[in-house]
Design a protein around this ligand. Structure first.
Ligand code: ATP
Ligand code: ZN
Length: 282
């Protein structure tokens, strides 16, 4: 029995979906074919699809699981279950208007023509705010619609905002924040395999947020240095060849990382080495 996963065939989620599997220790055969492939070291079969089709394939059970953006998942409104947020493909679906437009809140959208690839989400958003407007569905290059007179405003995916800026638009409302998620078919009978895969995904995610730190400290400063380190249990302390010095090894979290390094230096730590962690099994 194999777990069948649907991932994007090409585009913004492709690279990171494939590397996530790789980081989970799953080798894929002939990824270049980009239609279907499988792994020799994990019971996994991979289908490469357009992201828009992934929720339906998973709902229908053609694939057991899939990787897709929350934006697409909401738009397609399929009956599938989200099992894990994956932390990549981050973007937001926003309303953007021509820079010259005097925007005074959502009411300013009343009666406007809104170009978007997300009619379902935008419609629900407008309804929720009691605003009626004209939604024009376009499948790509939404940001040029106002410039060519096809629409007054847009609802489009944004990450840095530079595309909007280059097209003379300003972002005025965020409709939703999105990232890639792992979804599953609600009736799948492959929960054991999924559990195995999820265990790996979670340890990869955890490892990405942490660093392995090695440093040297004079023994009389050891107490202060160790007090700064959380470690998984407690830091490892080894004597150095030079007497009066020790080597200290520990694990640090991304969010406290730079602060801790400063504090460690101030406490007398030297020769601080920071090493990425590939996997973290807790
Ligand atoms: P497909 O050919 O598979 O239909 P697509 O053109 O619809 O591809 P992409 O542009 O490759 O889609 O984007 C895939 C997903 O990547 C988006 O649905 C979204 O979840 C995510 N994403 C992250 N950042 C951005 C961004 N700046 N612009 C668009 N999508 C982004
Ligand atoms: Zn798409």
């Amino acid at each position: 029995m194999k777990l069948r996963i649907a991932i994007q065939k090409s585009g913004r989620l492709y690279e990171e979906s494939v590397s996530l599997l790789k980081e989970c220790g799953i080798d894929l055969r002939n990824v270049k074919d980009r239609l279907r492939t499988e792994s020799d070291n994990f019971p996994l079969e991979v289908f490469f699809l357009r992201d828009d089709d992934i929720p339906q394939y998973v709902e229908d059970g053609v694939a057991d699981i899939g990787i897709v953006g929350q934006n697409v998942l909401l738009e397609k409104n399929r009956d599938v279950e989200t099992v894990e947020e994956l932390g990549f493909g981050k973007c937001r679906l926003s309303i953007a208007v021509p820079r010259a437009l005097n925007y005074e809140g959502i009411a300013s959208l009343r009666g406007k023509r809104i170009a978007t690839s997300y009619p379902f989400i935008v419609n629900a958003y407008l309804k929720q705010h009691n605003v009626s407007a004209d939604i024009h569905e376009i499948s790509g290059s939404v940001e040029i619609a106002p410039g060519i007179g096809l629409a007054d405003v847009v609802a489009d995916l944004v990450s840095s905002g530079s595309t909007l800026f280059m097209n003379g638009l300003k972002e005025v409302e965020t409709i939703l924040k999105s990232q890639a998620v792992l979804i599953k078919n609600k009736n799948s009978d492959k929960d054991d395999l999924l559990k195995k895969l999820l265990f790996r995904i979670r340890s990869v995610k955890k490892a990405k947020r942490t660093k392995y730190v090695l440093l040297n400290a004079p023994n009389d400063k050891l107490k202060e240095v160790i007090a700064l380190l959380p470690g998984m249990k407690s830091p490892t302390v080894l004597p150095l060849a030079e007497s009066g010095w020790s080597s200290v090894h520990s694990v640090l979290n991304e969010d406290e990382f730079w602060d801790k390094i400063e504090q460690l230096k101030a406490a007398g730590a030297q020769g601080i080495l920071v090493v990425p962690i590939e996997n973290m099994i807790l």
